[in-house]
Design a protein around this ligand. Structure first.
Ligand code: NAP
Length: 206
C-alpha cells in the first residue's frame, strides 16, 4: 500500500519503519523534512521524507500520528483528503494524560475535520513499543479497529496484521469513544499504576 505518515514521533516512526520493511511504499510527512537527519532512514528503509501535505497527497492511507492538541490544525494543512483512508492513531488527551470522554469521540471529530475521508480508528489502544513487537510468546496482542467504510477498515486490519497484531473488527466509527477509553486504561496502567510499556490487551476466544 502507499502510506503517508503524518508525524515522526514515537508512533509514526515505528509504524513507518515497519510498514516500509514489510514492502509498503512509505513517505513520512514531517515539519522537519529538510533536516539532514533523515539520510540513514532513506538509505536503510527506502522511505522518502516530505512535507505533511506532500505525504498526505502520496498516501492512499494517511496515518495521523500527531498530538491531539494540534490535530485539527495539522489536518487543515494536509489539503484534500476526500476518498483517502485516514488511519487515526490519536487519543484526545489533555495535560497530564487526562482524557475528555464526555463529548464526541476523537475519531468522529477527525471525520468531521477531514471531510470526505474514510476515517478508521486503530493503533490507539496500545503503546508504541508494542507496535514494534506485538507478540508475547505465541500470543499476539489484539488491535481493535473501527470505521464506517468496510473496505477501508479491512485494509487497516491487514496493516495491523502485518505488524503482528490480531486485528479485531470493533464496528463503526462511533465505537471510537470505547477505543479511546480503552487507551486511557492502557495509559493509566502503564504510567499511573507503573506497569511500564511491556503489556497489552489480547482477545481470547473459544
Ligand atoms: N506514544 C504512544 O505510545 C502512543 C500510543 C498510541 C497512540 N498514541 C497517540 O498517537 C499520537 C502521536 O503520539 P506520539 O507519542 O508519537 O507523539 P510524539 O512522539 O510527540 O510525536 C508527534 C509528532 O507529531 C508531529 N507534529 C506535527 N505538528 C506538531 C506540533 N505542532 N507539535 C508537536 N508535534 C507535531 C511531529 O513530527 P515532525 O516533527 O516530524 O513534524 C512529532 O514528532 C498522539 O495523538 C498519541 O496520543 C501514542
Amino acid at each position: 500500500m502507499k502510506i503517508g505518515i503524518i508525524g515522526t514521533g514515537n508512533v509514526g516512526m515505528v509504524l513507518g519503519l515497519r510498514w516500509a520493511d514489510s514492502g509498503n511504499e512509505v513517505v513520512f510527512g514531517s515539519r522537519r523534512a529538510d533536516s539532514d537527519d533523515w539520510q540513514a532512514i532513506k538509505e536503510r528503509h527506502g522511505i522518502d521524507i516530505a512535507s505533511p501535505a506532500a505525504a498526505a497527497e502520496f498516501g492512499d492511507v494517511v496515518v495521523l500520528a500527531v498530538p491531539w492538541s494540534v490535530t485539527e490544525k495539522v489536518i487543515e494543512g494536509l489539503g484534500d483528503l476526500s476518498g483517502k483512508i485516514v488511519l487515526d492513531c490519536t487519543n484526545p488527551l489533555g495535560p497530564n494524560f487526562t482524557m475528555d470522554l464526555t463529548g464526541t469521540s476523537g475519531g468522529e471529530q477527525i471525520a468531521a475535520w477531514a471531510k470526505g475521508a474514510k476515517v478508521v480508528k486503530a493503533l490507539n489502544t496500545t503503546g508504541s513499543k508494542n507496535m514494534g513487537d506485538p507478540v508475547y510468546g505465541e500470543q499476539p496482542l489484539a488491535m481493535l479497529v473501527c470505521g464506517d467504510d468496510v473496505e477501508a477498515k479491512a485494509n487497516v486490519m491487514l496493516l495491523t496484521a502485518e505488524l503482528g497484531f490480531d486485528p479485531v473488527d470493533a464496528g463503526p466509527l462511533s465505537k471510537s469513544k470505547y477505543l479511546e477509553a480503552m487507551a486511557y486504561v492502557w495509559i493509566s496502567q502503564a504510567y499511573q499504576e507503573e506497569w511500564g510499556a511491556d503489556f497489552g490487551f489480547a482477545v481470547l476466544r473459544r
